[in-house]
Structure formats: structure tokens, C-alpha cells
Design a protein around this ligand. Structure first.
Ligand code: HEM
Length: 411
């Protein structure tokens, strides 16, 4: 029988933004899966879904679990100058049918064959970044490598020159900051300037591509897609590009950081991988399962729904906790053990499930695999700096290590 909607207190003490859950959220997730697999947390105003089956069911039910996001609450003077693109749904914040049309426009750029052709280039970028510090004997991989590699690749894919990367970074940071509660109006207005600058930049580049199309993502999106779907409108285009910048960058940074940390802190697995580098794709999958870079994503219920025996009211904000689904003992044998030889890692939900399944999954897998291959191949005896403590950035969505300080042997 379904439980009634929540009282104001939560069955589970859920707060991965602060210790001890910031350091290790998984015991709390396990407790939730056992005792309250779908629960309401008053701190975040969210319904948290923790079991693999329930996360899949909700992710596949786009009619009742909508991905559309309602606009942020800003004063009239801010909303008067905020470009419409900021609120315009494109992919991750959209539902069919416009989601289907926009996703179709990206198919060509993300086709697996096209991504596979990028491997030599991704490898040369990774090798170049490593060469820059290889003689130092030590580095924080997050700064010097894990951040830079996906940034360069996504900028190139989008057709943005590398020298504009700094502007992109500032604009995307401000875009994100704008939705942070508690900002002063002055700060909000400053962020709006970045949103406008990004909009001007993308629309000018689009105008240029209309006259002189290239073989880049921007050109692909502004010409009719397969079957002649209409191209994206201006506001959709701007929102879509910002999403691709967010989605295609720090997720991969996080995945590289987590994969290196996990492998280097499991010496027997590291030895097996050194013995057989053919295991590296399995390291990628197992680290995506074990520490899901995107711990969860939001949905909004379009009607009252029952999930995991719990009744969730209409209009509720729901958080699908991929990080917990990936440790669900009902799906994975010895779910809390990091094991690159396991056979069930492929069932992980690190890239989501259903219509919103990560469009960049092939690219992400390629980048993380090549990153590991090049790091292990070029830095002999790669290991964590002695005494390295694993600290994570306080963020509900990304489980992002602050540092991955490593050392290696110099010839
Ligand atoms: C390891 C790295 C990555 C992880 C863990 C990851 C994770 C995810 C997840 C969980 C979703 C589903 C969101 C939902 O259900 O609401 C998603 C969607 C998406 N991802 Fe990724 N992603 C990664 C890399 C990338 C890359 C490299 C790109 C692009 C270059 C990308 C672009 C997208 C886009 C555009 C969507 C939205 C798809 C849609 O709504 O149809 N991601 N990603």
C-alpha cells in the first residue's frame, strides 16, 4: 500500500553537501534503499529515489516525470533583462516533442563512428597535456589534466576557438551562479551580463556558419537535420550550447578524477591493469558505476504518482539518485566493492536511462579511457602522493574530487 505524502521531517538523514556524507554518501544511500527507498527531504525540498528499479522506472516515464524546469525566482528588474534563452528548454531540461526534435539535430555530431574517429586527436591532446608536466614528477591531475582535456575537446566540437575558452568559462560559471539562491540583485545583474555575452557570441557564430557552414556542431544544428527537421530557434540554440558546455566538460573532468583515484587506491587492481591494459575499458565502466560523476538528476511530477510504494504529489521535485542505484545490492553483486573484473558493471546508470540517456556517453568513455591509457603509459610508477586525502567538492549533482595529487618515477 502506498504511503501518504510526507510529514515535514525526513525518514533519512540525507545531506551529501556536508561531512560525513560529503566524504562518503554511500552508507546513507544504502540505509535509504533498505528503509525508505523513496523519501522526502525537507532540507532540499526533494523526493529522493534510491533503488535501481525505481530510478529506471521514473527515468523512462517522461510523461509523469517531466524534465522541464520552471524558471528561477528573480526580481522583476533582473527578469526584465534576462535573455529568454536562459529559460528556454533544449535537451536535459525538456520533454518530447521538442526534446525529440533537438536531440535529432545532434545525432550527426555524436554518431558513434564520428566519435571513434576522434580518438587520435583526443590522444594527442592528452599526450600534449601530460608532456607539459611529465618532467616534474608530481602534479595535481585535476588542474593540469582532468579539467583541460574535456574542455579542449568540447570547445573544438562546438566550433569555439581555444582562445575564447576563458570567456566561455566565465560565462558558463555566471550562468550557473544565477540560479544560486540568496544572490544580491547586483550580483544577479552581473551574471545576466555574462548570459547576454554568451548569447551574443553564439548568435554571431551561428550567423557566420549560416553564410559559411563548416563540419562542426554549430553548423549541424542550424541546418535542417535528418528527415528535414527544422533547425533550432535562436533561444534554443543558445540554451543548447550552454548545456553542451556544462554537460560535456565537468562531468568528464569528474569521471577522469574518480577513475584515477579509484584505480590508484586499489593496488591489486592497478597491478592487474598494468599487466593487461585491455582491462582499461572495464576500469572506466566500473569507476562510472562505483562513483557516478553525475550523482543524480531532477524531474518534476506532472500528476500524483506512486513509486516504490510511496505516493508522490503532483508538481513535486524529484531527484533520481544514480549514485545510489549504482550501488544497489539487488542489481550488483558485492555492490560496495570496486572490482574492475566484475561482469555486471554495464548495468550502471551513470549515463541515465531512457530518452535523456547521455548523448555524450561514447565521447565520455573515449576521453576517460584515453586519459587512463596515456597517464599509465607515460608516467612510470604512477601513484597517489603519500598521505593524499580524498576531498570532494560540495555539490548535489557532481561528485567531483577537489584534488588528485600524484607522483611518478623520473627516468
Ligand atoms: C562521464 C561523463 C558524463 C556523465 C557521467 C554524464 C552523465 C549524464 C547523465 C546522467 C545524463 C542524463 C540526465 C537525465 O536523465 O536527466 C546525461 C545527459 C546528457 N549528457 Fe552527459 N554525461 C557525461 C558526459 C557528457 C558529454 C561528454 C557530453 C557532450 C559532449 C554530454 C552531453 C549530455 C547531454 C546533451 C545530455 C542531455 C541528453 C538529453 O536530455 O537528451 N555528456 N549525461
Amino acid at each position: 500500500m502506498a504511503q501518504d505524502p510526507p510529514s515535514r521531517s525526513s525518514a533519512i538523514d540525507f545531506n551529501p553537501l556536508i561531512p560525513p556524507q560529503l566524504d562518503d554518501p554511500y552508507p546513507a544511500y544504502a540505509r535509504a534503499r533498505r528503509e525508505a527507498p523513496v523519501f522526502f527531504t525537507p532540507i532540499f525540498g526533494l523526493w529522493i529515489v534510491t533503488r535501481h528499479d525505481d530510478v529506471c522506472a521514473a527515468a523512462q516515464d517522461t510523461a509523469r516525470f517531466s524534465s522541464r524546469v520552471i524558471g528561477i525566482d528573480v526580481p522583476a528588474e533582473v527578469s526584465a533583462v534576462l535573455p529568454a534563452a536562459y529559460h528556454t528548454p533544449s535537451l536535459v531540461n525538456n520533454d518530447p516533442p521538442s526534446h525529440t526534435r533537438l536531440r535529432g539535430l545532434l545525432g550527426r555530431s555524436f554518431a558513434p563512428q564520428r566519435i571513434a574517429h576522434m580518438e587520435p586527436h583526443v590522444r594527442s591532446v592528452a599526450a600534449g597535456l601530460i608532456d607539459a608536466f611529465a618532467r616534474d614528477g608530481r602534479v595535481d591531475l585535476m588542474e593540469g589534466f582532468a579539467y583541460e582535456l574535456p574542455l579542449r575537446i568540447i570547445l573544438e566540437m562546438l566550433g569555439v576557438p581555444l582562445e575564447d575558452g576563458r570567456d566561455m568559462k566565465r560565462w558558463s560559471d555566471d550562468w550557473r551562479t544565477l540560479s544560486t539562491p540568496g544572490l544580491t540583485t547586483d550580483k544577479q545583474l552581473a551574471c545576466v551580463e555574462s548570459v547576454k555575452a554568451f548569447e551574443r557570441y553564439i548568435l554571431a557564430a551561428a550567423e557566420h556558419r549560416r553564410r559559411e557552414p563548416r563540419d562542426d556542431l554549430l553548423s549541424h544544428v542550424i541546418v535542417a537535420g535528418p528527415g528535414g527537421e527544422p533547425p533550432a530557434g535562436d533561444a534554443e540554440l543558445v540554451n543548447l550550447f550552454m548545456q553542451l558546455l556544462f554537460a560535456g566538460h565537468e562531468t568528464v573532468t569528474t569521471a577522469i578524477g574518480n577513475a584515477v583515484l579509484l584505480l590508484l587506491s586499489h593496488p591489486e587492481q592497478l597491478a592487474a591493469v598494468r599487466e593487461d591494459p585491455g582491462l582499461i575499458p572495464a576500469v572506466v565502466e566500473e569507476s562510472l558505476r562505483f562513483e557516478a560523476p553525475t550523482q543524480g538528476m531532477f524531474r518534476t511530477t506532472t500528476e500524483e504518482v506512486e513509486l516504490g510504494g510511496v505516493r508522490i504529489p503532483q508538481g513535486a521535485r524529484v531527484f533520481l539518485l544514480f549514485g545510489s542505484a549504482n550501488r544497489d545490492e539487488a542489481q550488483f553483486e558485492a555492490a560496495d566493492t570496486f572490482d574492475v573484473q566484475r561482469r555486471d558493471a554495464g548495468r550502471h546508470l551513470a549515463f541515465g536511462r531512457g530518452l535523456h540517456f547521455c548523448i555524450g556517453a561514447s565521447l565520455a568513455r573515449l576521453e576517460v579511457r584515453v586519459a587512463l591509457e596515456e597517464l599509465l603509459g607515460r608516467l612510470p610508477g604512477l601513484r597517489l602522493q603519500p598521505g593524499e586525502r580524498q576531498d570532494y567538492v560540495s555539490n548535489l549533482i557532481l561528485r567531483n574530487p577537489k584534488h588528485v595529487r600524484v607522483v611518478w618515477d623520473l627516468a
